[in-house]
Design a protein around this ligand. Structure first.
Ligand code: UDP
Ligand code: MG
Length: 316
């Protein structure tokens, strides 16, 4: 099979018939063998019934339906587990992404040899309250992830080589960072294609402003995981040692000043009045906490079933 199209959806009943017809038109034109996997993320409208109706007349349509709303990332993850095509395309269900882009995305994966191609909504049809923070967010993501050529990490329209989706796990809200997840798994040939974007035709956006706060927190988590995920002591041990050194130096100062004051008749030094005393106290307590966090982290990674999961590129 050439292509698997994964479509996560939450309350998108009005858009589905149009989307499905558009996809089959494009696929028929190019003669691809394909499947469309609709992942119904616990919709409360009649999206599921609409999909059932569409599937009756079209054997390419498959459906996974969650019993409640889990989020876009879990929906993509479950879709990915079920794909059979050589190239996997993801797209939003709200008609903002155009199926006309699929043939070129497919070509970039199969002929240009990309592992992942991400869409870039260069001209966006979204409100300013969304586009401006998105620019900032993408700049940070580029810096932290080291994927310098991507302008639009969170574009719903993406294409993947089959192996990529089988080897990455998307959870929480991590769909915003799939290129970063792919890079961490060793798939480094990541490209970009300018894609046509449309204003939302039906329904409303499913993400509020909290997307930006959560987005940054997730980025911090991913950065930490990729750098220190299997060796937490390397970070916490370093911080702990630094704190201990600061604490030690401060306590030496306290001792020296106390000795001087004991030997002198007109210089009085009170330990509890000294800023160095409090500095050493705070530094020692923080140092100990960093060390303990590091140890607990090491114990957790040691017991993790993932600790020796390596992705083998080739083997003879
Ligand atoms: N979506 C989903 N589960 C959710 C929220 C969204 O499957 O909990 C789907 C949604 O139906 C759409 C895609 O994810 O197909 C992108 O959502 P949306 O269009 O609301 O995001 P925006 O375009 O505003 O960033
Ligand atoms: Mg949308």
């Amino acid at each position: 099979m050439d292509i698997s199209i994964v479509v996560p959806l939450y309350n998108e009943a009005e858009s589905l018939p149009e989307l499905s017809a558009w996809i089959s038109r494009v696929m028929a034109q190019k003669g691809f063998t394909y499947e469309v996997i609709f992942v119904n993320d616990g919709s409360t409208d009649n999206s599921l019934e609409v999909i059932k109706g569409l599937a009756k007349d079209d054997e390419h349509i498959r459906c996974v339906s969650f019993s409640r709303n889990y989020g876009k990332s879990p929906a993509l993850n479950e879709g990915f587990r079920r794909t059979k095509g050589d190239v996997v395309i993801t797209m939003d269900a709200d008609l903002q992404d155009s199926p006309d882009e699929i043939p070129e995305l497919y070509r970039m994966i199969t002929e240009d040899g990309y592992d992942l191609v991400s869409g870039w909504k260069k001209k966006r049809y979204d409100p300013l309250s969304k586009t401006i923070p998105t620019k900032l967010f993408n700049a940070t993501a580029r810096k932290v992830s080291g994927i310098k050529n991507l302008h639009d990490f969170n574009c719903g329209l993406k294409a993947y080589r089959k192996e990529v989706v089988k080897h990455i796990e998307i959870y929480g809200d991590m769909h915003r960072y799939i290129p970063y997840l792919a890079k961490n798994a060793g798939y480094k040939k990541i490209g970009e294609k300018v894609v046509h974007h449309q204003a939302r035709k039906y329904g409303v956006t499913k993400f509020g402003l909290d997307r930006f706060v959560n987005g940054y927190l997730d980025l911090a988590t991913l950065w930490f995981q990729s750098k220190f995920g299997i060796k937490p002591m390397h970070l916490f041990g370093l911080l702990g040692s630094l704190m201990f050194i600061i604490g030690f130096l401060a306590i030496i100062v306290v001792l020296v000043l106390k000795c001087v004051s004991l030997c002198s008749s007109d210089y009085h030094f009170y330990v509890t009045n000294s800023v160095y005393f409090y500095l050493s106290l705070a530094a020692m307590v923080m140092g100990l906490q960093f060390f303990l966090t590091g140890f607990v982290g090491e114990l957790i990674t040691r017991n993790s079933p993932e600790r020796n999961n390596y992705l083998i590129g080739e083997e003879w």
